[in-house]
Write a protein of this length. Structure first.
Length: 75
């Protein structure tokens, strides 16, 4: 079975404080491409997690929603 979720660590520069910060972004494989999950309220405008485990849990939840929506469209 192919891997459909993952977490990717990223480092950013906070423009105001001039300090770096690290976050984990959940990703879901959709139509053969790794996709980030949007979050307009976060600093990066992507869904963020403080650790890899949480990011993977978020990705699994998103993948389930995507799969449920595909099933509804197919019916």
């Amino acid at each position: 079975m192919a891997k459909t979720v993952r977490a990717k660590e990223a480092t950013y520069l906070d423009q105001e404080t001039k300090r770096t910060f690290k976050v984990w972004h959940p990703q879901v494989k959709f139509e053969g491409r790794w996709c980030y999950l949007p979050d307009q309220e976060s600093r990066t405008k992507l869904q963020e997690a403080e650790d890899e485990v949480t990011a993977i849990e978020q990705a699994v939840q998103a993948a389930r929603k995507i799969e449920a929506n595909k099933t509804r469209v197919a019916i």
